[in-house]
Design a protein around this ligand. Sequence first.
Ligand code: ZN
Ligand code: ZN
Length: 179
Amino acid sequence: MASPYLVPVAQLLREVPSRISVELTAPFDADHEFEPRAATESDVVTDAEATVAVRVESFRGGLRVRGTVSAPWRGICRRCSVEILGVLEVPVNERYVENAPPEDEESYPIEGDFIDLAPLLHDAIFLELPIAPLCKEDCAGLCPRCGIDRNEATCDCQPEVDPRWARLDALRSEDDSSQ
Ligand SMILES: [Zn+2]
Ligand SMILES: [Zn+2]
């Protein structure tokens, strides 16, 4: 299936420099190209629509694409495990060039009279998906002993003793007994 993010650019390439504004909203993953990520990882919401809002400007031999891409994402708070839903908005500033060598990682290819904004969208969003998100900046997390959500309730559990300190304590008491 043709990418829903194709933009015709023949005219832009004939008139250098010239520019157009493009705003496209379509499924993020129209071809189901990407495996869903693990449940604990942040991911784009399944079957969500994404938006690419960019200015496409021609230069000799290529195009500059500048603007923002956005997509709904979901993740799990790293402290309290609650589900987080949000919209990721990422600035982009990339080049599309004619006859790009395949090993060129700095730019995207111009394919005939079109550019496909989908790879740019995918790259920008996957790069910015939060790796270890928080539901809120000061999330208090779960009690490691009883599992209570400390954002909503308190418990009487004593703080966990770090095993490294526990070992030091043991060493210290050996010293005490030798004196
Ligand atoms: Zn949280
Ligand atoms: Zn507790």
